[in-house]
Design a protein around this ligand. Sequence first.
Ligand code: GLC
Length: 560
Amino acid sequence: MEKKWWKEAVVYQIYPRSFKDADGDGIGDLRGIISKLDYLKELGIDVVWLSPVYQSPNDDNGYDISDYRNIMDEFGTMEDWEEMVSEMHKRGIKLVMDLVVNHTSDEHPWFIESRKSKDNAYRDYYIWRPGKEGKEPNNWESFFSGSAWEYDEATGEYYLHLFSKKQPDLNWENPNVRKEIYEMMRFWLDKGVDGFRMDVINMISKVPELPDGEAYDGKKYASGSRYFMNGPRVHEFLQEMNREVLSHYDIMTVGETPGVTPKEGILYTDPARCELNMVFQFEHVDLDSGPGGKWDIRPWKLADLKKTMTKWQKELEGKGWNSLYLNNHDQPRAVSRFGDDKQYRVESAKMLATFLHMMQGTPYIYQGEELGMTNVRFSSIEDYRDIETLNMYKEYVEKYGENPQAVLEKIYYKGRDNARTPMQWDDSKHAGFTDGTPWIQVNPNYKEINAKAALQDPDSVFHYYKKLIQLRKQHPVIVYGTYHLILEDHPLIYAYTRTLENEKLVVITNFSNETPVFRLPEDIVYTAKELLIHNYPVVESEELHEIRLRPWEARVYKIQ
Ligand code: GLC
């Protein structure tokens, strides 16, 4: 397998609004990030993925960009940004910027022009259609509730917005749009960025006829995803982008690709095809969604997690490259979702980290994950900020007449604000995030869960992550080994091996607060073993053949 720096790297995602506020306005900023770079250096990560910091009216917290070449006022200035990159590079940390080019803000100059008249030079930068019999051009539902179309008085037509109505979709069929985007990408690469995380990049090519989707459960609007995810020209566009821009720099690229299958995943990441280095697939974080989508919540099952992760591990092996994540700014906190965020919070946070970081692929840590930060339960909808959550709440309560408390329960489980409460730095007011009033409240558990306490405690989740990252640098089998699932049918234990030449890892993780017995399959023989990492006090002498595991226990052995 070809060696690449981005295969060996560990990425840390910063959601700048919630990371660290340096100027006391209650909103995280670039100077705040600069002040915490030594913390990241201590953790040992190699790359920062920074969620959008461009000019934005913040309808979707920066994912609605009104100026791609300037920094959001609340976050600082271009000088601050330059200082931030140079301070990162000084510490050997690379910077990956978020690239949001499926849509812009409706306040972007292109859209302001586009909506003026049907013959405006920028009209065709977006997707405009006349209505159908006085209604929207098709029945597609926006990811943020309601129709994906917005009627515009000035020209009497509708524009497409897969996300909020302040996020009109760009028309990638238009070569001028693509040319401008490539220029903008070169602008940032020439300023020294080391790669891009590409927002919903598999949605840039729509089936031109924009056919109706199939409505679920008698609903008015339907998912149109089969007509815009992995659409007809997406690979052509990415190959063009690669030719024009990406191939000229030594960078890393990761595409956010909801609804992607391993087969498609290979098309995006096979190096011979010259598109992207890796994609974020969604199958494992969709295991607790029913046919009604994200808010149709049902329990996930370990058997399904095994099937899904194993499918991705095996099918991409030697053909593409995986990214590994359980958290990001759109997902609830992993320890609350897949672990036990009460009695075994520390143990299960470490177990999940082990489970993920020992797989094949590039691991991503989302801010606060390294502290075992948890979901939050605000008592009122007034305390929530995320547009997706607020729109959903309104629709379910006002339109469908659902019980508000039941809708809040959905939000407690899946809402994106779970990941967006401020980073918990210490036990002082507002968790040391800000001297002002935070834009969203801090999780009340910050007195116990915070970076200061974690740094002082050698058994903390933080120090465990640090060790996992170091192991990756010491044992090539963690990066390049092949994956093999063992104990396939065990209802509580997820175990697998990684093999590179004569080195083998045995990864054992208990996904429960029970105490099941792990039995090593008979075909795995060894003469020597070394316990590389463990989330309970050491038991070096124990034989590997039969181990009674403790709640949420995780161990990794290297055997020969
Ligand atoms: C991606 C982002 C999410 C955003 C959406 C629209 O899914 O991760 O935060 O709301 O795209 O840009």
